[in-house]
Ligand binder design. Structure first.
Ligand code: MG
Length: 370
């Protein structure tokens, strides 16, 4: 406890970087050509903790202008107290969205810092249920042609991953023929024994999702993510009762209370939660506990490098999402990232915290914007 006892937070600093995608990308309801990453460093007693989120540079401003002041001077040990102070402070500016992402990045940095002050890995501080967690390959953007899709799926299965996920719902459900063509291609490419997941990002109407779901069941798809908008709790619930495949969502749960609404509505078979959105490690662990109490598994959304450390610490984690964009860009910004081995990711117990550091000079084409 020597490093942690009496240590108080001395500094909180956020910065934002934009990383262009390797080619234009789209899912059912969004197109993009870059990702903005907001990174937060917190310092105490000679140690530095690192957290980050993916979103908008305004989250960096919120940390530097407001949230950091609430955290500086607090006991480094008392991460939940800092989390609560931040949550309370954003009430009138809107807790959900940008503020939740900013809180998440600070909270993750604080947990990393606490583990470093104790000189233990973050997974050990949280307490492991298992040593490693399965990862599933995720990307399969609607902008990719068949050859590109085959290439990506081949890479995932070569790495031993047992499930792959592609985007469907192209043009908000206006191109179901291509959705089904690409899903069938993914099934053939992945081969026997590999599960195929699809994510419509809320691109379909209720009726369309029900008809697509039946077709997806026939193709052997096992996971239908956000078949309708995740705001449509009743629609998700009805689909869940009609389809064989698992219905999932949760990536827009900005806090544990949002996750609880999905659980209470019976909207999901497996609850997704994003540690970089749902108020950090503190919020993510609460979401996992809520799901566990409802006998539901959780699956982490995106952010695989941060997710691996929380996913090994709860009994009901099913897998983490090895998301193309983040797998590509995280190593440009931070050093010490983990790889998939035999389809699983294993936190490195030889390094304190989550084991990652902000690079002194992030790699091209990353560019600092705040
Ligand atoms: Mg999704």
């Amino acid at each position: 406890m020597a490093g942690l006892r009496g240590a108080t937070i001395e500094e909180v600093v956020a910065q934002a970087w934009v990383v262009p995608t390797d080619e234009p990308e789209a899912d059912g309801t969004l197109t993009w050509d870059s990702t903005t990453v907001v990174l937060v460093e917190v310092k105490a007693a000679g140690q530095t903790g690192l957290g980050w989120t993916y979103g908008h540079a305004s989250a960096a401003h919120l940390v530097n202008d407001k949230l950091g002041d609430l955290v500086v001077g607090r006991e480094a040990a008392d991460v939940p107290a800092a989390n609560l102070a931040m949550v309370r402070a954003v009430r009138n500016m809107g807790r959900r969205g940008i503020a939740s992402t900013a809180i998440s990045a600070v909270d993750i940095a604080l947990w990393d810092l606490k583990a470093r002050l104790l000189d233990v890995p973050l997974a050990v501080l949280l307490g492991k249920v298992r040593d490693s967690i399965p990862a599933y390959g995720s990307g399969g953007f609607t902008t990719w042609d068949d050859a590109r899709l085959r290439e990506e799926i081949g890479g995932w299965t070569e790495a031993g991953m047992r499930a792959v996920k592609i985007k469907i719902g192209e043009d908000a459900g206006a191109n179901v023929a291509r959705d089904l063509h690409r899903t069938a291609l993914a099934t053939r490419t992945a081969g026997p024994g590999i599960e195929v997941f699809v994510d419509a990002n809320g691109g379909y109407s209720r009726g369309q999702a029900a008809r697509m779901g039946a077709a997806l069941d026939n193709l052997g798809v096992t996971w239908f993510e956000e078949p309708v908008t995740s705001d449509d709790l009743q629609g998700l619930h009805e689909l869940r009762t009609r389809l064989q495949c698992d219905v999932s969502t949760g990536e827009y749960a900005w806090c544990p209370e949002d996750a609880q609404r999905l659980i209470e509505a019976g909207a999901v078979d497996c609850l997704q939660a994003d540690v970089t959105r749902c108020e950090g490690v503190t919020g993510w662990l609460r979401v996992a506990a809520l799901a566990d109490a409802a006998a539901l598994d959780v699956s982490t959304h995106c952010a695989p490098q941060l997710s691996a450390h929380v996913a090994v610490a709860v009994p009901n984690a099913r897998h983490i999402e090895w998301f193309h964009d983040h797998v590509r860009l995280d190593p440009m910004l931070v050093e010490g990232t983990l790889d998939v081995v035999d389809g699983t990711v294993t936190p490195d117990l030889s390094r304190p915290g989550h084991g990652m550091r902000l690079r002194a000079k992030p790699a091209e084409p990353a560019r600092r914007v705040a």
